[in-house]
Design a protein around this ligand. Structure first.
Ligand SMILES: Nc1ncnc2c1ncn2[C@@H]1O[C@H](COP(=O)(O)OP(=O)(O)OP(=O)(O)O)[C@@H](O)[C@H]1O
Ligand SMILES: [Mg+2]
Length: 272
């Protein structure tokens, strides 16, 4: 089921007279419960695209259709409603430095006063193995711990879509692997994940990969969930997505409790 469609999407910075072309036009679809990777060199437009998809910025032209509504022309009120249904993880965590872990997690809830939110925040910290640091000031946490707190913050509002901008860019390989396992578990639970990364490690998890160069899509790979052989793509057809079968690499073993926690439900609820 298509959750997001980008149609001739363009983002320029600068002024109308002197535009700085950052993105587009680009066209693609993102399906509900899929894992999408956006790859490209520095300056290729990855964060620009992620910011548009997350409703943090407005496009210059073109459309972003989310469940039959054009995000590009949505009122502020409806855009806020959309943002309440998404979670975002950044490379440098973006935690509030003078708050402790659980307070930071609570900041991710647009409805922090709702009964049960604190308990849910505690549960998330436990699921990600950092409940022992719940009351610690986040300034005292390691990079990996900070990113796990940031993941909890992104999840506390029970989003339908998780956006990640270089989530492992500041982590060492051990912590990177831990975050990969967490995200793999969330993906398997049905969370739609859209991620910008330089890490090759995420490729085996992706349902589709969008390659950007100078703001344009240069390649677009869709992976087959069921590994059922499909007809070979016509490499000479420039408009046809380059269909390949899912990476046969062994999936990463799941150790994270969220991955095995049946109470962790992601219900489709974006209703703009
Ligand atoms: N606010 C802005 N004003 C002007 N130009 C900008 C702005 N933000 C980004 N750009 C330009 O738009 C282009 C795309 O930037 P973007 O941040 O999307 O790249 P990126 O692929 O995320 O790069 P990186 O991997 O380094 O994070 C770059 O040329 C950048 O300089
Ligand atoms: Mg970026």
């Amino acid at each position: 089921m298509s959750l997001i469609s980008a149609i001739d999407l363009v983002k320029n910075y600068g002024t109308k007279k002197n535009p700085i072309k950052a993105l587009g036009p680009v066209n693609f679809e993102i399906h509900s419960k899929s894992f999408t990777l956006i790859l490209g060199k520095s300056g290729s437009g990855k964060s620009t695209l992620l910011n548009l998809l997350a409703g943090l910025d407005k496009s210059t032209s073109g459309s972003l259709i989310v469940q039959n509504k054009n995000l590009s022309t949505l009122s502020q009120r409806k855009l806020s409603k959309y943002r309440a249904n998404i979670g975002i993880i950044f490379q440098f965590y973006n935690l509030l430095p003078n708050l402790n872990s659980i307070e930071n997690v609570m900041m991710g809830s647009w409805a922090g006063g709702v009964e049960g939110t604190y308990e849910y925040a505690e549960q998330l910290l436990k699921d990600f193995g950092i409940d022992h640091r719940a009351k610690a000031n986040v300034k005292t946490l390691s990079g990996g711990e900070k990113q796990r707190v940031a993941i909890c913050r992104a999840l506390v509002s029970q989003p339908e879509i998780l956006f990640c901008d270089e989530p492992t860019g500041a982590l060492d390989s051990t912590n990177e692997r831990q975050v990969i396992k967490i995200l793999q578990g969330l993906s398997q639970k049905g969370l739609t994940i859209i991620m910008v990364t330089h890490s090759q490690e995420f490729r085996s998890l992706a349902d589709q990969i969008i390659y950007l160069k100078d703001g344009l899509i240069t390649d677009h790979k869709n992976f087959n969930h069921q590994q059922i052989p499909q007809e070979e793509p016509n490499p000479n057809h420039p408009s046809s997505p380059n269909k390949v079968h899912r990476n046969p690499d062994e999936p990463l073993p799941l150790t994270n409790s969220v991955a095995n926690n049946d109470n962790f439900n992601i219900d489709p609820k974006i209703n703009l």
